[in-house]
Design a protein around this ligand. Structure first.
Ligand code: SF4
Ligand code: SF4
Length: 178
């Protein structure tokens, strides 16, 4: 049969040499590698007291942005959910009613919006798909927790607080040619 790729390997029953049969060279080789690591600079740090500098283009926890007047920008169009390769985003849409114009910029808004942070791979495709500049990935780290349900982030964790705006300009303005 003709192989589809050129990656097939012919298996040979090669006889082991004396050195291979006593395993000692391999054992000492492994010990030598371990020993070398004793004298190398330690890569571990005492997090969270010590923190590594983050990359300027780090993509972490999402934020659902509000506009300058404090209204939610998201219009629950679902494009972010469609673009998400991990199927991490779900939402329920609702119609804005009279008197809610100060809360929601568009006539339709996300009554429920959830991201499963255990599914998310922080690829940023949701951000790129959004036509309303409503969702951005920030440089915030998703908190550790003990229960899986705690990683389903709803609007309470995702919507930007009006009195504490979240700056997303660093990565947006980063010159990738640098
Ligand atoms: S960053 Fe990627 S994986 Fe995470 S929610 Fe957005 S599109 Fe999905
Ligand atoms: S975040 Fe953007 S893409 Fe996602 S539902 Fe809202 S408006 Fe649509």
């Amino acid at each position: 049969m003709v192989s589809l790729t050129q990656r097939s390997v012919k298996v040979v029953n090669k006889k082991m040499t004396f050195g291979e049969r006593i395993y000692l060279p391999a054992v000492f080789g492994g010990m030598w590698i371990t020993l070398k690591h004793f004298f190398k600079k330690h890569e571990t740090i005492a997090y969270p007291e010590v923190q590594r500098p983050m990359s300027n283009v780090y993509r972490g926890q999402h934020v659902l942005k509000k506009d300058e007047q404090g209204r939610e920008r998201c219009t629950a169009c679902g494009l972010c959910a469609v673009a998400c390769p991990a199927e991490a985003i779900t939402m329920d849409a609702a119609e804005r009613v009279k008197g809610e114009e100060h809360l929601y910029r568009e006539e339709k808004y996300a009554a429920k919006y959830e991201i499963n942070m255990l599914r998310c791979i922080f690829c940023g495709l949701c951000e790129e798909a959004c036509p309303k500049e409503a969702i951005f990935l920030t440089d915030r780290i998703v908190d550790a927790d003990f229960g899986r349900n705690e990683f389903i982030y709803g609007k309470d964790k995702l919507v930007e607080p009006t009195n504490q705006r979240i700056d997303v300009s660093k990565r947006q303005n980063w010159d990738y040619k640098n």
